[in-house]
Ligand binder design. Structure first.
Ligand SMILES: CC(C)(COP(=O)(O)OP(=O)(O)OC[C@H]1O[C@@H](n2cnc3c(N)ncnc32)[C@H](O)[C@@H]1OP(=O)(O)O)[C@@H](O)C(=O)NCCC(=O)NCCS
Length: 185
């Protein structure tokens, strides 16, 4: 698997983005110094948003599966894109190759104080554009969500459709999931 470098960074101005109140929001490639922020943002979502849907065991398994050093490993095979508000990281998206023509969204997390401001949609579109530019052989993007009650509507609004059931496997246990897919290219 070869890694293709994305453009250095992209600045997206609040004026052109629905709902983004602060700006400019910058999207840049992950650096190892972003790992702790990614861990914090994801862990907070598990504890504060997912607990009711997946319970304490699911929350613990999910958080422990991706400690900060794991983000550095993930970023070695595919870029992780970080959104920041000029001061701090406010969200990130990561993907991985599944088969020749399929990429999976592995992570998509927005800091809780930035939810519903258009950042999640911005990162999904940024990744889709990056895939189209650097990996035109990719024909579909899948995403497995362990919390469909919480986020399936978001993915449907991004053009993804449910295609079946799946399982998120973590070293400390498994959590059932719903698989969604979008055909691109
Ligand atoms: C899911 C998530 C990424 C959405 O990010 P966001 O920045 O809040 O979403 P956006 O503001 O870009 O929303 C885009 C659209 O989806 C809708 N939407 C976003 N989250 C939603 C939710 N939880 N439920 C229903 N609709 C939602 C928005 O209202 C908006 O719709 P509109 O264009 O008709 O106004 C964010 O809630 C998040 O990080 N959640 C925790 C982690 C998570 O669930 N990640 C996915 C792991 S599989």
């Amino acid at each position: 698997m070869t890694r293709t470098s994305p453009p250095h960074s992209s600045t997206l101005y609040a004026q052109g983005i629905k709902k983004v109140k602060k700006g400019p929001i910058k999207i840049k490639e992950f650096q190892p110094s972003d790992a702790e922020a990614c861990f914090r943002i994801r862990s907070e979502a598990f504890i504060k948003l997912f607990y009711d849907e997946i319970g304490a065991d699911g929350v613990a398994a999910g958080i422990n599966a991706y400690l900060p050093k794991k983000y550095i490993q993930v970023a070695e095979s595919m870029p992780i894109f970080i959104a920041d508000d000029g001061q701090e990281q406010i969200g990130f998206i990561a993907s991985r190759f599944i088969q020749n023509a399929t990429i999976e969204i592995l992570f998509l997390y927005i800091r809780l104080d930035y939810l519903r401001k258009g950042i999640g949609g911005l990162l999904v579109k940024y990744l889709e554009n990056w895939i189209a530019k650097h990996h035109p052989e990719i024909k579909q993007i899948i995403v497995d969500t362990a919390v469909p009650k919480y986020n399936q509507i978001f993915y449907e609004k991004m053009g993804y459709s449910e295609i079946g059931e799946s399982v998120c496997h973590y070293p400390d246990g498994s959590v059932s999931a719903v698989r969604l897919m979008k055909v691109i290219g």
